[in-house]
Design a protein around this ligand. Sequence first.
Ligand code: ATP
Ligand code: MG
Length: 361
Amino acid sequence: MKTLPPGATIGILGGGQLGRMLASAAAALGYHTHILAPDAESVAAQTASSFTRADYHSRIVLDEMAARCDVVTYEFENIAIDPIDYLATRVPVHPAPAALAIAQDRSAEKSFVEALGARAAPWRRVETRAELDAAIAAIGTPAILKTLRLGYDGKGQMRIMAADQVGAAWHAIGERPAIVEQLIDFSHEFSILLVRREDGAMVSYPPPWNRHVDGILARSSLPAPIEIARHWGEAAALAGRIADMLGYVGVLACEFFATEDGPIFNEMAPRVHNSGHWTIEGAVTSQFENHVRAICGLPLGDTAPTAPQVEMENLVGAAGDRWADILAEPGAHLHLYGKGDARPGRKMGHVTRLARKDEIS
Ligand code: ATP
Ligand code: MG
């Protein structure tokens, strides 16, 4: 496997906070970063070495990116596959387009992981109202209807609590191809973040307990309670099989529901993940640094926690305005993403709190 030494240039498709934190981690290891994103304001560009504001579909722009970068990665999964495929013919792209293609399609993703032995919520792919009716008859209610593609932060999802809500839910998601799945009665949600190199070397982080509010991650905390910890081994082994099967390179996030009967796979993201932001201060090596290490063929870093308790709180919407109070808190690590407009539901930053040994009762 080729090692890309510090001094090389990492291309990042996407201009959001994940790209911003990736670029900072890359800079700390002596790499240059180049952001490609269509938006005028890119919070990733603020911390990167260079920025091209352009559409992902221009061949001229992609050729230029391939020429100036030694490796390319991406920071969001709702990117079109064509530009990634095209780039991959000219420059190494990690994670590979095949992993992205699976993660972009909820039905492909669920079939893929079920074939590897995962348990997902009972689900059906539906393209028409009639198929949705039949699926609800088969799996029952409560259920959850999710667009096949382009969902994030709970967008493109509708709950169906009873059969008479089917029409409204179908209308609300835009009558598009979707999957419908049984609503799982879980005790906790958690995620496995693993990092894999091209030669198969792998490390993974201890799983955080993830709590969502309005479909958006609110908090990740460690150590996970026993309801999660007892599923850790099984879930991490599954994530490892997924990564091996895909020949995956980089950070892979897999979300799970903890239930009495074991872990239930929810979805995966072929990228660094919000439920791994705690690793910046809360783990020896952050997920961002480990992603850089993996795609550059460097040794992977230690994933052990740096404190007996770690909690990451997302600052969503107006919560970003609490920065002065957070800075006054001893030991709180504040991250603001440099976004101008604190719209409701927008991730403006996060704060990570580490408990010292003497603070644990
Ligand atoms: P993100 O990309 O932000 O992780 P998403 O929009 O892709 O989210 P999911 O992760 O599928 O969507 O769902 C968002 C949240 O909705 C989950 O974290 C969970 O809280 C809830 N949810 C999703 N599917 C189910 C289910 N089958 N049963 C119970 N709750 C569910
Ligand atoms: Mg999710």
